[in-house]
Design a binder for this molecule. Sequence first.
Ligand code: 4AD
Ligand code: MG
Length: 444
Amino acid sequence: MAEHVYIDRIADHVGQEVLIKGWLYNRRSSKKMRFLQLRDGTGFIQAVAAAGEIPEAKFELADRLPQESSIIVRGIVRKEERAPFCGHELGLIDFDVVSESADYPISKKDHGDAFLMDNRHLWLRSYKQHTILRVRATIIKAIRDYFDDHGFVLVDSPIFTPAACEGTSTLFETRYFEQKAFLSQSGQLYQEAACMALAKTYCFGPTFRAEKSKTRRHLTEFWMVEPEVAYLDLDGDMDLAEDFLVYVVGRALEKHGAEIRERLERDIKPLENVHKPFPRISYDDAVSRIARIRDQATDPEIRQSLALEPEDDFGSPHETELTKRFDRPLMVHRYPAAVKAFYMKRDPDNRSRALCVDVLAPEGYGEIIGGGQREDSLEALLAEIDRHGLPQSAFTWFLDLRRYGSVPHAGFGLGLERTVAWICGLHHLRETIPFARTMDRLAP
Ligand code: 4AD
Ligand code: MG
């Protein structure tokens, strides 16, 4: 009886007769040959048979079996450098159809994005999408391992919340029995409580923002990991973000470098450059650099896209042009407090600036991390809550953290999907998450 093996372990079975349990990904025939391309969820492999090598009825069936039929294939594993997919192929002995498929909607031809997203539940099976999901899973594991191995305690933040964390314009409101509740935009406020109890904590879960613009960088539901550390300042926070990112990129390359290069066709050289130290520049320095780039640009469209009002936040054209000048992630610190959230501590040397940092990924992937040092003075925090027009009553518990043993503390949030997009070299966030939620998509 042949043993069932997974394609990702196929190299351990050269010369053996094995069973592959999977689906027909594609097929090709000539008069005397049949090529069945199989996938089993762990990988892809081609099975080959010449006429006379398998039962005649199967030889005939192998010429018309529909794509994505589920099949169990028996064959001998051969090392074959020229074979597609995995450097091995299967000398077909026989196969059984578990369930015949019909009219599978996704074919080799080019489909539009909307069509593929409508069929996301099937599109996940494709060569590229299947690879992206594996890389995503590895990145999640690397993120968890980093914090677990560096003395952080996982403390889950709630998803139903009574108040805004990141501004009121992107809140998803929902009924909560007799009250109003909001889906969490960020677990940060709860991590601030948690780190006062456990020193170094993190949460990692879905967060929600009613993003009303349709951009390739915004989802309405995305995953964020948020570390928070008591007795940490902005410089320490930047050190942490830098060390963490180097680790995560390294782990992704170690496990998937070849797949990222070959299957996703992403040049991995820029990722191999992700070493410490990352350049750190202030917002004001970044503004001067953008102004110089703008002055030197001859294309009026670029000049227009790089226009910036004083004290304005950067848009993606600014981030893209800035990061083009660096070969690794860029840390921009001390943005104007006016464009940042209420909880940020002001820079004592220039109170119009916040002690915050954004980490911008190279190659135009934009902001992947936002964070900074938190306001630890009760009076200053109260003033900011008022200035932002937020209801003080919703923050009573949060203010307690400043009443009972307040200390300097800092943290950040890394957007998982933006990180996956950067590492996998994907243009749009919709391919970085199994089932994307955007302004115009709630299905499948
Ligand atoms: O910069 P943001 O808004 O920061 C916070 O939420 C802080 N409370 C985090 C903290 O300090 N604990 O968001 C953090 C990151 C961004 O840098 C980006 O990577 C990602 O979350 N992000 C989004 N990703 C996908 N779709 C969206 N709509 C996103 N909004 C933010
Ligand atoms: Mg941000």
